[in-house]
Design a protein around this ligand. Structure first.
Ligand code: NI
Length: 173
């Protein structure tokens, strides 16, 4: 396993529609393991393949937050939302590709997802609370959408300008 560098917004690769994965190969297994390690190291609760520069439909997440509860590392291949609740939830979201910026985003409170697991089988499960928000945020990444795209234009461009500056400062060293 190895930690992969995380792309920082703005980056054209974060705006692309990602392609479905045709088979659960050992390369995909390795990618998922690297992504989980990268996510835990960051630390974060979710990470999508485009954030490590791979334009494929895969994300990982683990929203277990309680101390003492065992982790639940999940890898979802070709995930689809098959149902959403009418009830909504507002969370202050962040993103490993947009460090140190947070904003409230309102999304359906519960979502049912269908995906292909690393075991090659189709899974279906309903997620609630932080898990549901995280799953929707990560799925957005696979469609080239960031959480700031849910915000108003002014807030979005303000964050983008700050990120551009951060990248310039970093490049300068
Ligand atoms: Ni994100």
């Amino acid at each position: 396993m190895s930690i992969r560098p995380i792309l920082i917004h703005p980056d054209p690769r974060l705006k692309k529609l990602c392609q479905p994965i045709e088979s659960v190969s050992t390369d995909i297994g390795k990618l998922a393991e690297d992504m989980l390690e990268t996510m835990y190291d960051a630390p974060g609760v979710g990470l999508a393949a485009p954030q490590v520069g791979v334009l494929k439909r895969l994300f990982v997440m683990d929203c277990v937050k309680e101390e003492g509860e065992s982790p639940r590392p999940m890898a979802l291949i070709n995930p689809e939302i098959i149902a959403t609740s009418d009830e909504v939830n507002t969370y202050e979201e962040g993103c490993l590709s947009i460090p140190e910026h947070y904003a409230e985003v309102t999304r359906p409170k519960r979502v049912t997802l269908r995906w292909l697991g690393l075991d090659g089988k189709t899974h279906e499960e309903e997620f609630d609370g932080l898990w549901a928000t995280c799953a929707q945020h990560e799925l957005d990444h696979l469609n080239g959408k960031l959480f700031i795209d849910h915000l108003g234009t002014i807030k979005r461009s303000m964050i983008t300008r700050k990120m551009q500056k951060l990248k310039r400062d970093k490049a300068r060293g």
